[in-house]
Ligand binder design. Sequence first.
Ligand code: ADP
Ligand code: MG
Length: 346
Amino acid sequence: MSRPRSINLLSPRLANQIAAGEVVERPASVAKELLENALDAGATRIELDVEEGGVKLLRIRDDGHGIAHDQLPLALARHATSKIAELADLEGVQSLGFRGEALASISSVARLCLTSRTADAGEAWQVEAEGRDMQPSVQPAAHPVGTTVQVRDLFYNTPARRKFLRTEKTEFDRLQEVVRRMALARFDVAFHLRHNGRQVFALHSAAEDSARARRIGQLLGDGFLEQALPIDVERNGLRLWGWVGLPTFSRSQADMQYFYVNGRIVRDKLVGHAVRQAYRDVLYGGRHPAFVLYLELDPNLVDVNVHPTKHEVRFRDGRTVHDFLYSTLNRSLADVRPGDELAAPA
Ligand code: ADP
Ligand code: MG
């Protein structure tokens, strides 16, 4: 019989690297976490600079409220968050993050540099962490109010993880998709994305309807808007608005389906079922609809934190939501038959 091995406490670095396995899979997941942090900080303008698909460099600059000097090292520590303080705060949490894992995880598998300035501080400060145990020193820096997080050489110290990365193009496509989802969720925020020095998109904040439509066109192509119906229906405290793609714009893959619940993207069974049912009579042959839809309801009637990355939600009254989605979409699509020539919506 073999002898038991002795039990060791993991070093903070190793614990973070293991935890990073859940949060940080690829450049796109880093981008998601950093974008969420920028939005949680109240940013109105977010700039992303990406090199080599995000593996070599991912830099996100925001004009949010920043991080105070004495808080900077804490921001990189595991289980350190400014967004909740006690269990009760989890209920009805409005921020996108709250687990205090992202920066600690990312800095354990990449070279991270965090620069920030708050509105009441005379200067900016910077901390660096390079995959080592967290003892970062804080240095003065130049930066306007807001935060820049720079992530270099993702997985430089974890070759096994790096092996799972795909080509530069694939990684960038996934990263761009993350930015696209966020940009569709937050019309009030400007997003700028550059890859290898080339501008991919520059989206200005879009308050009016026409500006929203323009953003949709920039992100999904004008072809979608030309063959989509704008909808906006409200009933019993439920509101569904957005654009439903006509059957003439169906796709061979379910790759243009954006559904938001109270501003968060979801990929939810109940929602998916309601949408599929509504399209059932107008779409066949394994074709998939394209849509950008926003469901708004009382936050107390939906739990969005079932799982932060899996995009599932739990509705208190799922049946009512399902019926509302189905009947609203079904009615919008009722007059449409596949192959019908339709005038572009005004
Ligand atoms: P979480 O978002 O779950 O709180 P993170 O590790 O992503 O955990 O961030 C840790 C903390 O660092 C946040 O709670 C926030 O206080 C601060 N922070 C991170 N990014 C930013 C940012 N872009 N602007 C302002 N504060 C930030
Ligand atoms: Mg976060």
